[in-house]
Design a binder for this molecule. Structure first.
Ligand SMILES: Nc1ncnc2c1ncn2[C@@H]1O[C@H](COP(=O)(O)OP(=O)(O)OP(=O)(O)O)[C@@H](O)[C@H]1O
Length: 743
């Protein structure tokens, strides 16, 4: 083992030296700077990777029939002769480590799991692939059982650990599935969907580095708590090119802090909302009731109604996004207003003519409008555009809109909603004040609006072109100075360099992940959606926009759907985009919840989602789950006792929405690493704890139409102990629990 760590140290020193060297070089053309920047970030990434794999660098060894041994680890390493000494777990050569079974050892005679503490081997599990001596394992045969069970017995840390050492065959199929197309991973609680999805991200980045490093991978999770929980897995696996987000954070500049009630969520997530937004926008492209009349400096500028309608229809017909089409509309309308001004002037002069009788030259018929040529019209348009009255009139007919303004005004206007909503869509559920905080359900609407409005990035493009021109001239200047003065000092180069660099593209030096996260229109190379059953049809539209290649991993459990707007079947949500071109893998073994707890959970599932199968647990010997009739105020005592009985682990208190504040107030505020965390079911999605105390089961059941699924989620969070605390009556579905009456 020490020789492998020796290689790791050498690799680290090399990366450090390379980084130092890149920084020591200075000057040169813009091209050279860009190359330097790329090299520096490549080396920095490599160094971060090498640092991240210190713990548990190597975890396996496979021996084949020819007496060759191969070590498997978190990254690949080579010796001085360039011979491979450690195989990256994602490399094809490592595959037998994960897929060998007793019946199909794939040429292996032995698989060894290595357990390290710091840099020392402290344990070894061997599996000998001897057909005679082993039972005929079915498809769920656990590989490396001893290692797996040891991994499962570890206390929960509040951060998800990686499982590279103990990936199971069925999970391996998910992880190494092809990049093309969409893969659905359906599995019950604790079947390792999240870990498999994250390892898949790492595997894809390794195998398709060229494509994915440029485009990046997006991971969408259910809530920020969950993202924090999993955030350490990817760097620990050696990856840094991934954007993690929630649906509520997918619109740059908006942070959805509020949540919608179930009925509102259903309407907002309805696919027909795409039309609602489009039609609400059409209402903002108006023609006045009659003629358009703008009063300017005592003149009435009149554009006939039919002209206004024609201009509006023409601007719509170009099929550009609203804010871009506006440019055309404004140009045309200003011309009409300029003509109207000429007409109004003409009329007013005629009137004066009548007043000043006897002046023969004024008696000439005037045709100011007819005299206007294109240039006059343009100049007059520009002048008119400077007039606030004119701007107001134009804005009223075809305003420049932000997505935020369009959506907030739409949701606050019963007239708009009434006229744009299709029959059968309960639009009244959407109504709210114009300044209401954003919810996660609003984000897909904002995204829809942004698509229709279009982003005017012409200024940004001009600015960036100007910046690169300026930079080139800076460099030219520096060179000229050198020539003229004959002083070939590095210092001058350096200064011009630094100055020029300041003008460089903003994007320079940012990672793919940084740039992708800030850009709503970024096209990712692959998207992973976890807890995907929670997403509404509108949220799927938004996600699909981010991945034009439709390369997706969709991970979820239809039995855990908590959102009323969420999925009932995978076909229903995916077919509109993929027309059946997706495949499903099922994970059937639960690595989290012990059999005793899963039996209770299965009762809940049977009652509320009888068509769904609970997974099979591999853990046994958890304590019997129990119910305690107890006032909420007595919780601290019970939780303290739970903490004592689990020793070093963590307790999750999962409550109904209604009792959350009251229960949270009983415990010190803590993040996920704290020994006790109080969460609603929605926040607890995807997380796990050594002991779980579920509070107010009746409240959880009744809090939404998906209350049964919520209770199923709540009771499947524990790895060792489950207690359900209730007042009044224990819901019938939990009657299997051992009851302890404390009042
Ligand atoms: N192959 C494995 N080796 C060791 N531990 C594993 C393995 N697969 C899963 N686990 C562990 O099982 C637990 C559950 O995994 P995970 O959270 O990925 O499940 P999930 O299917 O996403 O569950 P849920 O649907 O409840 O969110 C985790 O602690 C994970 O580390």
């Amino acid at each position: 083992m020490s020789s492998l760590y020796g290689r790791l140290d050498v690799a680290r020193e090399r990366a450090q030296a390379a980084l130092r060297e890149v920084y020591a070089r200075a000057g040169g053309s813009r091209q050279a700077m860009v190359e330097r920047e790329a090299m520096a970030s490549e080396q920095a990434r490599r160094l971060a990777q090498l640092n991240a794999v210190e713990r548990g660098l190597c975890f396996g060894r496979i021996d084949d029939g020819a007496g060759r041994s191969t070590y498997v680890g978190r990254i690949g390493l080579r010796d001085e002769e360039h011979e491979s000494v450690l195989i990256d777990w994602r490399a094809p050569a490592a595959r037998p480590f994960y897929v060998a079974t007793a019946t199909d050892p794939g040429g292996l005679v032995r698989r060894r799991h290595l357990h390290l503490k710091d840099r020392t081997v402290v344990g070894i599990d061997d599996e000998v692939f001897d057909l005679e001596g082993m039972s005929d394992g079915d498809r769920r045969t656990l590989v490396g059982e001893a290692a797996l069970l040891a991994a499962l017995r570890r206390g929960r840390t509040g951060r998800m650990g990686d499982v590279v050492a103990t990936i199971q065959t069925e999970q391996d199929r998910v992880i190494r599935a092809s990049l093309q197309g969409a893969l659905v991973v359906q599995g019950g609680p604790g079947t390792g969907k999240t870990v498999a999805a994250l390892h898949r991200a790492a595997y894809l980045l390794y195998t398709h580095r060229a494509t994915l490093e440029r485009r990046g991978v997006l991971v969408v999770g259910p809530n920020s708590m969950f993202l924090r929980y999993i955030s350490q897995v990817l760097p620990a696996l050696g990856e840094t090119q991934v954007v993690m987000t929630t649906v509520g954070e997918m619109f740059p500049g908006v942070r959805a802090s509020a949540s919608d009630g179930p009925a509102t969520a259903v309407v907002k997530g309805d696919p027909r909302m795409a039309d609602v937004v489009a039609r609400a926008l059409e209402l903002r492209q108006r023609a006045p009731e009659g003629d358009l009349v703008v009063e300017l400096d005592g003149l009435n500028l009149r554009v006939p109604h039919e002209t206004c309608v024609r201009l509006r229809d023409r601007a719509r017909a170009v099929r550009l996004p609203h804010n871009m089409a506006r440019k055309l509309y404004v140009t045309e309308l200003l011309k009409e207003l300029a003509k109207a001004e000429a007409r109004a002037l003409e009329e007013s002069l005629h009137i004066e003519e009548l007043v000043i009788e006897g002046e023969p030259e004024l008696a000439q018929p005037l045709d100011l409008e007819g005299d206007l040529d294109e240039l006059d019209l343009e100049l007059a348009s520009r002048r008119l555009w400077g007039e606030p009255e004119i701007r107001r009139a134009v804005d009223d007919l075809w305003p420049e809109l932000t997505p935020q303004r369009l959506i907030s005004e739409m949701l606050a206007s019963p007239e708009t909603l009434w006229s744009v909503a299709p029959s059968g869509l309960d639009w009244q559920e959407l109504l709210r004040p114009v300044d209401a905080p954003w919810t996660a359900g609003d984000v897909p609407l904002l995204d829809e609006a942004a698509e229709l409005l279009g982003e005017d990035d012409s200024e940004r493009r001009v600015a960036s072109r100007r910046a690169s021109q300026e930079q080139a001239s800076e460099e030219l200047y520096a060179r000229e100075v050198l020539q003229v003065t004959g002083v070939l000092e590095e210092g001058i180069f350096e200064r011009a360099d630094v100055l020029a660099e300041r003008h460089a593209d903003e994007g320079l030096g940012l990672t793919t992940a940084d740039r992708a996260a800030a850009d709503r229109t970024w096209a990712y190379g692959h998207v992973i959606v976890d807890e995907a059953q929670e997403l509404s049809a509108m949220a799927w539209r938004m996600i699909m926009r981010r991945v034009p290649a439709k390369s997706l991993t969709v991970v979820g459990d239809l039995a855990q759907t908590g959102s009323a707007a969420g999925a009932r079947s995978w076909g229903e949500v995916l077919d509109p985009y993929l027309e059946g071109r997706w495949r499903e893998e099922r994970l059937l073994v639960n690595y989290r919840t012990p059999v005793e707890i899963m039996t209770v959970a299965a009762d809940v599932l049977r009652a509320f989602a009888p068509d769904q199968e609970p997974p099979e647990s591999v853990r046994e010997g958890g304590s019997r789950p129990r119910a305690a009739r107890l006032p909420v105020a007595a919780l601290p005592g019970l939780v303290a006792a739970e903490l004592t009985s689990i020793g070093e682990g963590r307790v999750g208190v999962v409550t109904s929405d209604a009792r959350h504040a009251e229960v949270a107030a009983l415990f010190p505020e803590g993040d996920l690493d704290a020994p006790v965390v109080v969460l609603t079911v929605r926040q607890a999605k995807g997380l796990e704890f050594d002991a779980v105390v579920v509070v107010d089961p009746a409240g959880i059941l009744s809090q939404s139409p998906m209350g049964g699924q919520d209770l199923y989620v709540a009771v499947t969070r524990a790895t060792r102990r489950l207690t359900v605390v209730y007042e009044g009556e224990l819901p019938e579905v939990l009657s299997r629990l051992t009851s302890e009456s404390t009042t």
